[in-house]
Write a protein that binds this ligand. Structure first.
Ligand code: AMP
Length: 147
């Protein structure tokens, strides 16, 4: 699918949930739960410093037995963030999710963080596009062969 990520962001809305590197893991998890999201970007004075996801809670916090009330986000986030631009296509994003084994991609355009797409957003988009195409073809066939 050659649709750019910008179309998906327009539909989804560019809401971006973030935390700071010095926040405790417990506070970051509370923020994720409050917003019902599986990932937050970590912003340090507006700069993208990392990403923290539910997988990190599982592996680097619970799995590693660290205390979420005294551990800061910076200690358990991923600092080297893979990003896409608003021109990246949905197909390219899906390929990155598979190749890089992650489910979240922040979108950066002209050096500005403008949103985040998840694997759920892209599969929802694809399912909707396939449904619309099937509907279109059904109407075309029904119209092409009148009873
Ligand atoms: P996820 O599948 O997105 O929950 O993340 C799996 C692992 O990859 C976690 O350690 C995340 O911190 C990391 N991760 C998620 N998204 C990205 C990204 N865009 N760039 C780099 N690391 C990421």
């Amino acid at each position: 699918m050659n649709t750019p990520i910008s179309a998906l962001l327009e539909r989804k809305g560019a809401v971006l949930h973030s935390v700071t590197p010095t926040m405790t893991v417990a506070a970051a998890v509370a923020e994720m739960n409050r917003n019902r999201v599986g990932a937050v970007v970590v912003l340090d004075g507006g700069r993208l410093a990392g990403i923290f996801t539910e997988r990190d809670v599982l592996r680097r916090v619970v799995g590693a037995g660290v205390d979420p009330n005294t551990t800061s986000v910076s200690a358990v986030m991923t600092g080297n963030v893979l990003t896409v631009t608003s021109e990246t296509t949905i197909d390219q994003a899906l390929a990155l999710f598979t190749e890089k084994r992650c489910r979240h991609l922040p979108v950066v355009t002209d050096g500005r963080l403008i949103g985040l797409v998840s694997i759920g957003d892209t599969t929802r988009w694809m399912a909707e596009a396939h449904r619309a195409e099937a509907e279109h073809l059904k109407n075309y066939i029904a119209g092409g062969f009148p009873a």
